[in-house]
Design a protein around this ligand. Structure first.
Ligand code: HEC
Ligand code: HEC
Length: 225
């Protein structure tokens, strides 16, 4: 009389056990990554899921070694929309900042990168400048001397950057094709002059003359191949 229900119970128990085993099997594998194209076009959620791990939830930077402060006032004032887009799209190999554009084997579409760039703008506190077209003609040989004396301690003797071996003297690379291709003369000059306080990149305009800042800009430019 109670046989059929018992058998049913047995079957149910077996299938529960099986699904448990199958479930465990699935858990033992890494979760399948969500294809980024399915993440949509919300700049904030894209930023938070793809970038915050290194640059911080609020763009405060340095969650990973050398991952700059993207919410920095002087950075956002000097960086054009083009800069934000291209710096993200092309990346900074060989640093940890790889290319993000699908064009360079990254996993974001151009529309997604544009959405993230727009999101980064909401941190901006200083008026945007229009400096991308400024050409700087300095004396690169003078710049080399000034660079060795003032900048190499953090950015490396050839602009290769320091990977934090001296934690107090840490600077990102300046000689990567990703940086030189994207940064205009005007952007480099402005960054040296104003710095990126409160990071370790101080403002040099009180310590160096405008001509010396031009010389440094031309020297950094001379790494462009
Ligand atoms: C694995 C860590 C990592 C991730 C993830 C990452 N970045 Fe970066 N990013 C870096 C590092 C490190 C640098 C500096 C590299 C250098 O120039 O030496 C950098 C540099 C940048 C720069 C140039 C900043 C400047 O000062 O000129 C931008 C813009 C940028 N990242 C945007 C992004 C965006 C947007 C994302 C997400 C789509 C992202 N990054 C994800 C590590 C990362
Ligand atoms: C004490 C270390 C230190 C010194 C010295 C220093 N820098 Fe920097 N520099 C940094 C750091 C750190 C950053 C990145 C700050 C950020 O945006 O988070 C930076 C950023 C920059 C950038 C922007 C790069 C980019 O990818 O956007 C330029 C250009 C630059 N420095 C040039 C110079 C020059 C030229 C000198 C010498 C006059 C110099 N720096 C001296 C630490 C330093």
């Amino acid at each position: 009389m109670n046989r059929p229900p018992m058998r049913l119970f047995g079957l149910l128990a077996l299938s529960a056990l099986l699904s448990l085993i199958v479930g465990c099997e699935a858990w033992s594998h890494a979760p399948t990554p969500i294809p980024t194209k399915n993440l949509g076009l919300n700049g904030q959620s894209l930023y938070e899921s793809q970038c915050a791990v290194c640059h911080g939830m609020n763009g405060e930077g340095y969650k990973a070694e050398l991952a700059t402060q993207l919410s920095n006032p002087n950075f956002l004032a000097g960086a054009s929309d083009r800069y934000l887009f291209e710096a993200t799209a092309i990346g900074r190999l060989p640093s940890k900042m790889g290319p993000w554009s699908a064009k360079y084997a990254g996993n974001l579409t151009d529309a997604q990168i544009t959405a993230i760039a727009r999101y980064m703008r909401h941190w901006q506190t200083l008026p945007a400048l229009d400096i991308d077209k400024e050409k700087v003609a300095g004396a690169a040989e003078q710049g080399a001397r000034l660079y060795a004396a003032n900048c190499a301690v953090c950015h490396g003797d050839k602009g290769q950057g320091h990977a934090g071996d001296v934690p107090a003297n840490t600077g990102i690379s300046l000689n990567t094709p990703g940086f030189l291709q994207v940064a205009s003369d005007g952007f480099i000059r402005y960054t040296i002059a104003k710095g990126r306080l409160p990071t370790q990149m101080e403002s040099w305009e009180g310590k160096l003359t405008p001509q010396e800042i031009n010389d440094l800009t031309s020297y950094i430019r001379s790494w462009d191949k």
